[in-house]
Write a protein that binds this ligand. Sequence first.
Ligand code: SF4
Ligand code: SF4
Length: 446
Amino acid sequence: MPEFNIAPYVSHIEANRSIKDAVMEKLRSRRPPYRVTVTDLTNLKQAYFKRKHPEITPPLEKQQLMWKGTGFHKIFGFAVSREEYLEQFVEAEGVVGKIDIYENVPVEVKTTSALARGRSLLQQRPTYIEQVGMYCAMVNVGEGEIVIYERQGAEESGTVPLTAYHVAFPDLEAVREEMRHRRDLLIQALISDDPSNLPVCAWFGRGCDYSAVCDCSTSSVSSSHKIAELAGKVQVDEVTRQRLLDMLGKPKPPRQLHANDLVFPRKAYFERRKSVETVSEGKVAEEQGEYLRSIDEAGFISALKDIIRYGSPGEVENMPVQYASLSDLVRLRQGLPTMVRTPKFQSLVERGRLPSAFPHYFYRLGFDCALTDHPKGRLFLYYANVSEENAKMMVYDVSFRNLGDIKAEAIRRIELLEKATSVAQLPRCPSWMCRYCEYRDECVEI
Ligand code: SF4
Ligand code: SF4
């Protein structure tokens, strides 16, 4: 049987400018928070100017990094903890905050570029310690954890670039006292329209968005890390690190089929088998590193999806699809199956070439459309590596012909995945993937 090719089923691709403009506006704008947050208290001057100059927004390049961080700790949290302990909202001393993971002690998860060896966390990232110190004070627990994933360290082989630090705060009342002091300084400055009493931020002079309006060149109040200094010993916590890595390396129970498995059937075959096999220790470390990298990537996409969705109540609904062992949710936005993807390309792909450049996007969108009986779907492409702001995001409305044939192929793939006893019985994944695939040596006929 000849291999199914999705490209001839794409009947029309139209760039949707009005949706693109509306979403770009959302990506650019940042609503100023109305309440004082823990993050505000780590950088008072920036918190002041954020409120006074909501028209100043960081370039998307910078926001991408923030989305990556937000998305990472959310997905990482799910991998190592449980829903009831994640993203716990806390409020005390007129300050609000969200603790990434809070089971017994507050855990703050951070992603960063590589940390310099031989320098303490206090010297390099005092605000991380300040943040966890404030959470400890807010929930009245004298110790916390900081978990750091070093993105650049991910490229070094043989190590999993994850570090846990245990931090004790012997005097929580002193932390609360300093929080009240900072909160009052910020509120006073906002009321009097005068930021001169606010200390300059920790990253003073390093490409801040507010440098054009900030008074820091004349300000005489130097930055303070009093809360970080109130911490007792900051110790590398090998036990917690290992516990987290064990959670990441835990064999997962055989899972149900998802729509993406139909796009990458051979990969799905190997993944499903792996979940019931035991793996060697070296392999586990390699997989943990790979898993963290994939969390980082998935985190970015998830944060981006959240922003695209934000502020559009009722516009988004999830439609369940269930065929034999396939069980998934198709996201409909404004009534259309919608996908958000972040190609790594340095320049935009012309619309006529999209199905050949990104066949996997069209397989997935085609299957989502077919399984929900929608002849048209929408594809958001966010090119993170394109520097020109207006070219970063493209929105395409994609129409498919012969939906019944696409649906038949989806169902055929589900059945094959259920019955296959050898990978050779399954359609190949898109060929560009094979070069990077961990199953390359086991996969036949590639
Ligand atoms: S310019 Fe400097 S002091 Fe002012 S808000 Fe930015 S980082 Fe803070
Ligand atoms: S080698 Fe290619 S076809 Fe085989 S599982 Fe990997 S990506 Fe899929």
